[in-house]
Ligand binder design. Structure first.
Ligand SMILES: Nc1ncnc2c1ncn2[C@@H]1O[C@H](COP(=O)(O)OP(=O)(O)OP(=O)(O)O)[C@@H](O)[C@H]1O
Ligand SMILES: [Mg+2]
Length: 257
């Protein structure tokens, strides 16, 4: 094979990981929203060495709603931070839509994060000095949407999530549940492949938490979003499609609910 042809083939197959699924059919990783392979994260600090993740592997299909559960310190946030490319693993690989994300340079990673990943945090992480509407449209502008498109799309999402009447308010003046709905709206602006939610109901009372959860479930089932949600609430976890239980940085259980 000449070298040009070889390199084209290499590029085409670079992100292709073939494996057998549970039905023993050959599949490639492009049918997965996410593949995590032998992921380890070791924190080395003056305080000592912590193995936060120890050789973790799992795949998530497009449209799956997966909960990540486990005791405090088991590595839940660490795994989400790696998948969201907020931090680099010590070893292992992560493929999002078949792209080996840590083979990219920092600016490519930032673009991938902005376009393909939606984040929802326990503490909402909204910009309080600007309006709800601007909070939602900002990641769209960063991704290169025109201001008109971003305005329109932000309004449509706010309407779909039933929070459009608060569009001119500052997030700080909203209830926790309303702020989390704004954060969900923001996570959707760039039509991400994966939504990562780290204890999205952790700061909310039970009823409000259930409402926020129902909204994520609706996004998953009606709009076929891929969602990974960390939670300490066993009832919410059981209401997702699948639960991954972490303990001491390893997968102890991975069950379909
Ligand atoms: N930046 C860091 N430096 C050193 N150790 C860290 C760092 N971040 C996390 N760790 C350690 O890694 C381990 C996993 O932390 P992680 O935040 O992923 O846990 P978690 O499962 O999300 O816990 P929680 O339920 O309390 O949020 C813990 O032992 C934690 O102390
Ligand atoms: Mg955590």
């Amino acid at each position: 094979m000449n070298s040009k042809k070889g390199s084209i083939l290499k590029n085409m197959t670079k992100d292709l990981v073939v494996e057998k699924n549970t039905q023993n059919e050959i599949v490639d990783n492009r049918s997965f929203a996410l593949r995590v392979e032998n992921l380890s994260k070791i924190y080395d600090s003056a305080a000592g060495r912590v193995v936060a993740l120890d050789n973790v592997s799992f795949s998530i299909k497009k449209g799956e709603f997966v909960s990540v559960v486990g005791p405090s310190g088991s590595g839940k946030s660490t795994v989400l931070n790696m998948v969201g490319a907020l931090d680099r693993p010590t070893s292992g690989k992560i493929y999002i839509d078949g792209i080996d994300i840590f083979s990219l340079n920092d600016s490519e990673i930032a673009t991938l994060r902005n376009r393909r990943i939606g984040f929802i945090f326990q503490s909402f992480n909204l910009i309080n000095r600007t309006s709800v509407h601007k909070n939602v449209k900002l990641p769209g502008i960063i991704a290169g949407m025109s201001s008109d498109d971003a305005n329109l799309r932000a309004m449509k999402i706010l309407e779909a999530l039933d929070i459009a009447d608060k569009k001119n308010q500052k997030p700080i003046n909203l209830s926790g549940g309303q702020q989390q709905r704004v954060a969900i709206a923001r996570s959707l602006i760039n039509n991400p492949s994966i939504i990562l939610a780290d204890e999205p109901t952790g700061n909310l009372d039970t009823k409000t938490g259930e409402d926020v959860f129902d909204m994520l479930k609706m996004l998953s089932h009606k709009f076929k979003r891929t969602i990974i949600m960390v939670t300490h609430n066993p009832e919410l976890a059981e209401s997702t499609d699948r639960s991954i239980l972490l303990r001491d940085g390893r997968i102890e259980k991975d069950v379909f609910n």
